[in-house]
Design a protein around this ligand. Structure first.
Ligand code: DCP
Ligand code: MG
Length: 355
């Protein structure tokens, strides 16, 4: 059994501002754009959350909810520096650190346990080191897989520490609303609602063959998550260079339109995984294997980051044309994106460009 931690800083940007500007402490602080224009909230302090303010809300609305709130602009250089500091601390405990954004990461401490003791103790030590180095608090989730560790870290924020044991896992997931599953966003929640799936227990009623035609490649994750299982490994970011999906057809295909349709489906799976891992990319590659097993790939590096599925699909026809000539028969197609970048900063820059 693995031992996984998920560490997530509390109200990250806002806590850094409260640390560096003591006059903001114990006050509602909103980090983001300008409330007099179209700025958006990046995050806010826990004092501000009591007024119903949250990430991605327009700042103007946040100001209406809490007129005394202090609005400040983000200081990315400082956040990046803190992020670096917390990562260094994590690497003292294990090399298996997978950052999901500036303020959160998965750690596999299965090996560390041999020398240091229980994963809960390791989580406490990491939290203590982080606080001593940065004067900031983090919340930790401890479990036997990534899926549950991430949920656990969110259960007792701020400054929380939550353990979900292997014994508790399956029961715990049954009562879990589907929207709490990492990777299930509002669109999927709606789709599931239409199918009568609201909780883990509802999802448990569906077998893999039923989920696959509806949700594609990600179905496997849903199926096992509903059982409290998740075999995804903690991958350090350096190892994760690309995300791809490919399919071998039961019969070779020669229609360009059909190939394009298949590529669109593959791209949708890739996009789903990109969202789940909160990354974007710059290079799109189409792979084609012909009936004689000869394989070609065609790539395109684009100048701006992929922000939506369409940013991938609009290049597929061109790439396919470069790879396949009319009449050729194809047995396998694949779509891969590479030159991955974590979404964090892009997300923020996008919000700020609204100013
Ligand atoms: N962020 C953002 N826009 C969003 C979500 C997050 O700019 N829509 C930024 C600001 C956050 C940071 O990313 O401080 C980390 O995101 P979290 O979701 O971990 O949120 P916080 O750390 O702010 O709060 P929490 O205590 O809930 O983790
Ligand atoms: Mg956080």
């Amino acid at each position: 059994m693995r031992h996984i931690l998920h560490i997530d800083m509390d109200a990250f940007y806002a806590s850094v501002e409260q640390r560096d500007f003591p006059q903001y402490r114990n006050k509602p602080v909103v980090v983001g754009g300008d409330p007099t224009t179209r700025g958006v909230v990046a995050t806010c302090s826990y004092e501000a959350r009591k007024f119903g303010i949250h990430s991605a809300m327009p700042c103007a609305q946040a100001q209406r909810r809490c007129p005394q709130a202090i609005f400040v602009r983000p200081r990315f250089d400082v956040y990046r520096e803190v992020s670096q500091q917390i990562r260094e601390i994590m690497f003292r405990y294990t090399q298996l650190v997978e950052p999901l954004s500036l303020d959160e990461a998965y750690l596999d401490v299965t090996e560390t346990k041999q020398t240091l003791g229980s994963p809960t103790l390791i989580a406490k030590l990491i939290k203590k080191d982080i606080f001593e180095k940065t004067q900031l608090t983090a919340s930790a989730g401890i479990s036997y897989n990534k899926f549950l560790a991430k949920i656990a870290s969110d259960m007792d924020k701020p400054n929380g520490l939550t353990l979900i044991t292997a014994k508790q896992g399956p029961e715990f997931v049954k009562q879990l609303p589907i929207g709490k599953f990492h990777g299930i966003g509002p669109a999927t929640v709606e789709k599931m609602r239409d199918l009568g799936i609201y909780t883990g227990a509802d999802l448990l009623q569906w077998n893999l063959d039923e989920l696959k035609p509806i949700f594609g490649k990600i179905s496997r994750y849903y199926y096992y998550a509903a059982r409290g299982e998740d075999d995804r490994e903690v991958e350090s970011f350096r190892e994760r260079k690309s995300i791809g999906s490919e399919k071998t057809f039961s019969e070779d295909i020669s229609s360009i339109d059909m190939m394009l349709e298949k590529l669109h489906e593959l791209a949708a799976e890739v996009w789903q995984e990109m969202q789940m891992k909160e990354v974007t990319a710059r290079t799109i590659t189409v792979k084609v294997k012909f009936e004689n097993f000869v394989q070609v790939t065609r790539s395109k590096t684009i100048t701006s980051d992929i922000r939506e599925l369409e940013d991938i699909t609009c290049h597929l026809r061109d790439l396919l044309k470069k790879a396949v000539e009319k009449g050729q028969r194809v047995r396998l197609l694949g779509v891969t994106v590479s030159k991955l970048v974590m979404l964090d900063e892009i997300k923020i820059k996008k919000q700020l460009s609204l100013l």
